[in-house]
Design a protein around this ligand. Structure first.
Ligand code: ZN
Length: 148
């Protein structure tokens, strides 16, 4: 995939997931949850997770923020559903490496489009916020996660 194709795909996915966010709801029976806040942009997100036998059986989010934060949260929920906590942790590390420009996006599927963010360092936290929040939820951390 060349840079222009990647940029188009990025645009398309962000617009689509921002307009029709997947798993955008409160989860009735969440075993884990956490809130995240990115003061740099004003993005707020709540992540609800239902974990059974170390597998993410269901996941959802609520919140308000920019298109990137919402699309990232939407794509995150799609990507981790059905995965084990260990697999989620690996995805999370790969995603952060990709967004900050130290990783190449291998094994990330659709999430690889966020590799385009390295050209916009100020927006990296918009995309990683939901992943920080997911990690906090899975670790049972309480309180609000802040990117700053
Ligand atoms: Zn943002």
């Amino acid at each position: 995939m060349n840079d222009i194709e990647l940029a188009d795909l990025y645009q398309e996915l962000i617009v689509d997931h921002n307009r029709r966010p997947r798993n955008f709801r409160r989860l009735g029976k969440a075993t884990h949850k956490a809130e995240g806040f990115n003061p740099l942009c004003g993005d707020k997100v709540k992540v609800y997770v239902d974990v059974e036998n170390d597998i993410v059986r269901d996941i959802s989010f609520e919140g308000e923020g920019c298109a990137i934060s919402k699309a990232s949260a939407s794509l995150m929920t799609e990507s981790v559903k059905g995965k084990s906590k260990v697999e989620v942790e690996q995805l999370s590390s790969r995603f952060r490496a990709l967004a900050t420009g130290t990783g190449n996006g291998a094994g990330l599927g659709k999430l690889a489009v966020f590799g385009g963010l390295r050209a916009f360092p100020a927006r990296v936290k918009c995309a990683t916020l939901v992943w920080h929040t997911l990690r906090a939820a899975l670790e049972h951390a309480s309180g609000v996660v802040r990117t700053e």
